[in-house]
Write a protein that binds this ligand. Sequence first.
Ligand SMILES: *Cc1c(COP(=O)(O)O)cnc(C)c1O
Length: 452
Amino acid sequence: MSTTTTTPTTPLGGPGLPQERRIVTAIPGPRSAELLARKAAAVPSGVGHTVPVHAVAAGGGVVVDADGNSLIDLGAGIAVTSVGNAHPAVVAAVQAQVAQFTHTCFMISPYESYVAVAEALNRLTPGDHEKKTALFNSGAEAVENAVKIARKATGRQAVVAFDHGYHGRTNLTMALTAKSMPYKSGFGPFAPEIYRAPLSYPFRDGLSGPDAAARAISLIEKQIGADNLAAVIIEPIQGEGGFIVPADGFLSALVDWCRENGVVFIADEVQTGFARTGAMFASEHFGIVPDLITTAKGIAAGLPLAAVTGRAEIMDASHPGGLGGTYGGNPIACAAALAAIDAFENEGLIERAQQLGARLTRRLNDLRDADPRVGDVRGRGAMVAAEFVDPETGAPDAALTAAVAKACIAEGVIVLTCGTYGNVIRFLPPLAIGDELLDEGLDVVAAALGRL
Ligand SMILES: *Cc1c(COP(=O)(O)O)cnc(C)c1O
């Protein structure tokens, strides 16, 4: 068997790619099928995939596969390529940096781009207090470090995470993550001193924000005790857990309680950060100022980079050498981040996320009004989801959700599912997608639902 596959016409990615849905073979086509067979032989089955094609180029709102199919991208690689794949300014910044130097290790000889990313995050994250930022490689690594920093700063050990929360796949972040299958099952034992509190989930609990917060705080006080608690970590809008938007007043009550009790409030904005929700950070929608904020996904247009940003006195509590990593804040990733952050600030992407969100919400609300199996439509900005239910009982309908997603993918529209019950389709289009392509993608979703 050959180990390389040549694709006759591999287009360059970026916004110049034809912005169209174009299906020229079955999905997967023969070349993707061949590559998927190689994948199955060479890569463990634990590393799954949602869309059975192999990508060769992407840009704007499309992903082109090895057979020349052009798929509408409503997932942005899980909210990562928000500025668009192969954004020209990102490409130029990366090309310049890779020719300059690729690595020194910031802990050996520092360089300016890391410091510039830290300065940008200190400036852009909520709150006008003095802040500092440390850079890492992945969202999970940022979360691990936020917990380290909070424990060191408070001298306490316990950490509270929430129902439906998702924080990553490393050992500590598996412990913080709520859902067993597929994230945790069989992978224990998990890190100790992690506790779980109930969330605010308006569609399913009917509680007001303050009531849901009182329920969580009561559990925390009774089962852990504020004196033992280093940090509370929460996604302002949950990602993998089902795009759950807490009721108004929930997050602010938690922040107030944390502040009264010397507990570090960590907002995990790995999925919600960088214009995704129609604000630079989702915390802004709820008027909260986190003590620490973790970011990754959208930060660097697809290059691996993550950050912990927070109050200078908390960030500085760790001793020299206590934080870091060989690759953390790699110069190529930092160059990409600086170009992406410039695009978020100067290319109107926050407004674009709001427009895309309004369009998505309008279309999905129409669908909900016409079809009782769409139980709830929720989200902020270009982070919107539909929750599918049995219309009689309100019970989650994971089978319908999976069938809709599969039908969309077969017709060339990349959609992702999520949710504790697997009954949510989430829409996270690149902010570089055009209105027509988004509409066409949603037409395909509506038609698929109609047929099932
Ligand atoms: C994706 C995600 C993580 C983990 O990020 P990785 O880069 O996959 O390690 C953590 N928290 C949230 C909220 C996420 O969405």
